[in-house]
Design a protein around this ligand. Sequence first.
Ligand code: ACO
Ligand code: ZN
Length: 527
Amino acid sequence: MSAASSPFPSTVVTGGTIGSIVIGCKLQVLHGNPPEYRKAEILSIRPTPTPEDATRSEYYVHYSDYNKRLDEWVAPERLNLLGEIEYPKLKKPKTVLAGIGKETGKGSEPGTPGSTANGGRVAKNNRKSNLSKAATAGKAGDAASPAPGTPGTPGGAATPSVAGNKRKASAMDEAGGSSQEKEGQVPMIKVSGEDEDEDDDGQGGDDTPGQDENSTGEYSKEREIEKLRTSGSMTQDPHEVARVKNLNLIQIGKHEVETWYFSPYPVEYAHLPIIYICEFCLSYFPAVKQLSRHRTKCSLQHPPGNEIYRKDNISFFEIDGRKQKVYCRNLCLLSKLFLDHKALYYDVDPFLFYVMTVRDEDGAHLIGYFSKEKESSEQYNVACILTLPQYQRMGYGRLLIAFSYELSKVEKRLGSPEKPLSDLGLLSYRAFWSEAIVSLLLEQHKTGVELSIDDIANRTAFQPTDVLHTLQTLNALKYYHGQYVIVLSETVIKNAERAMKKTRREIDPRALVWKPIHFTATQLRFL
Ligand code: ACO
Ligand code: ZN
């Protein structure tokens, strides 16, 4: 199938043949269960993985007005060739100056079959997040190239299309159970402070191949969710991110998880049906056999680093990006699969990673983490935050956020998450801030002492702007007798009371054994 330019200059036609479909075409594509047609753009085309179907192509589609998480490879049968097809504009070839310069039209198409998925790029990045040097997929390969003999070659075939909807990974029973260790029986885990034994090749190990208000003036969560869902989460330049997802499925611990976004795992891993990740050291493997062999050698049963918090079966480990480079890079690679609004950095040195685990008889299993700059000029207390999809909507994100503010309280600083936030990040932070501020105000109301925005900030470790925005979102700032006062509506109070009745895990500050690490100017300079 050729990726030749469309025969139609920016035309909308009714009906077409499969052969006329090129990158950039927009048409109706079947999606969901029950299936329905949604307008989508073709982002990439590749031959079907099965050799007997070699003449067929499959199509990577982005559903217009929906989050990129839903992007997927589809079979030609799912394209509505009878309906309207919008063909992309033909690019005017630029004039070639006599003898010099190149015909810039060439190669400037959005993609060609074969440029495909793993050719996606994470572009040069000017952000200061944890995940520093943006890498192309190819470069990632340099950093984490597979061992000799690894199956799969760049552009290699074998990948079945990702059919249907996102499959929700089964949630692990994290209730703890009778086998759970009693608090205090096992001393908290401390590492000696030695640097990771690493060959610094970026691989996983030596055997690793590598505001809304509604008509009543109330904050409407539903509307906000709808807005976020349809407007997309990203504030970035779309050209700065890889548009095509490279991995389909990962297996980690007991879970099989569908990936959401591109992450620069080595190109050789792109389009393997599934990649296997050691849940403790986060090394990755193309086959289950290799993972099993690795597990006979890998003695880790918890993340590297110091255990700085333990309550019930939840622990937090603090990991220094400089000391545990390989682990932290693997963590960044893994998290990039679910984070789209940040570029991936290989320079993990300037960051500390706070990894949350749930413990059972097999070890301390990764649930999520957040990273934090060792020194943030903007006073960010979180760079990136993630709950692995199989654990989402179970209150763990709230725990991660709460923990980040507990650290800020110990540091006697006010913190805020690094911007931009993703759609899910914004929802989670808004929910957390609202609940914390409203419950503080309700509690304070009983004492009769009034709180200012700065007071709220100091009590919660939230930055005043976050307090202000949250109050605005709750429509709780009223201008009264020449000054602003905080007034909580009945609905806000009822919602808060309902939320407070939910049984939830909380962070217990008494279970935190931690002193902020102070890095000297010299240490920071050499990061
Ligand atoms: N739809 C609607 N509301 C949601 C959703 C959702 N999908 N997810 C979270 N919320 C809101 C809800 O109010 C929820 O409370 P409720 O369940 O009582 O209604 C609240 O957020 C907290 O939910 P948790 O279960 O505690 O959060 P979770 O464990 O799912 O983690 C997180 C939230 C970390 C944002 C997760 O969705 C995630 O990892 N997403 C992918 C990565 C990402 O986008 N990270 C944030 C990037 S911003 C940054 O890094 C600074
Ligand atoms: Zn391992």
